[in-house]
Design a binder for this molecule. Sequence first.
Ligand SMILES: Nc1ncnc2c1ncn2[C@@H]1O[C@H](COP(=O)(O)OP(=O)(O)OP(=O)(O)O)[C@@H](O)[C@H]1O
Ligand SMILES: [Mg+2]
Length: 222
Amino acid sequence: MEYSIEISGLHKKYGSRREKGANALNGIDLKIEKGDYVALCGVSGSGKTTLLNLIAGLDVPTSGEVRVDGIVMNDLSEAKKARVRNEKIGFVMQDFGLIPYRTVYENIAVPLYFSRKKIEHKQSIKKVLDATGIRGLSSKKVCKLSGGEKQRVAIARALVNDPDIILADEPTGALDSATKQEIMELFGKINGSGRTIVVVTHDKELADSAKRILTLKDGILK
Ligand SMILES: Nc1ncnc2c1ncn2[C@@H]1O[C@H](COP(=O)(O)OP(=O)(O)OP(=O)(O)O)[C@@H](O)[C@H]1O
Ligand SMILES: [Mg+2]
């Protein structure tokens, strides 16, 4: 069996070791096969974003291990983690993480500047602009967009480098229901082409469109 993501004994506690307070993650064991589509649910504060950040190597666990495509993320330098992330992962962040005073096009192009993949930039950007329905916004500055438009820019940017793994944190939270349907279809198509998807969502419809649903509660998978 080939796994996109393998997690064992993962703990995360924010703050210093001596500080009291609950663990954000309290021992996660999880294997996600290549081509799987997982919805990650759970109430606010249950550790969903923490888990995605650790998978993407954007934060370090207190203990435990994360493997992405067989590579142990903990062992890598920041530069190597960034390389693995760029090569393998598309991340739709909960707060979008866009550059406000740059255009939609420039924001979407960012992952391509760091990419070693042979991707034709213009072509690929056009494709994700169309797929997310924001082609007309290409030259607009991100700070002038609505929340739902920004969300679609964040999705387009996550897809532009053709990643094998898509991590999406509440990717439809700001969308109207018709646009949400389009994004759900897009994710379905991407998953159908063999990509692995992990999507954090409170939306039942989106969760139901995944292959399986996992629920986090107090930093533990139920
Ligand atoms: N940078 C941080 N420093 C300190 N504590 C943090 C930090 N990030 C998250 N936490 C805490 O860790 C716990 C889990 O947070 P996390 O953001 O993973 O939750 P979540 O499930 O994504 O919630 P939401 O649905 O509201 O986005 C929360 O108690 C939160 O307050
Ligand atoms: Mg969150």
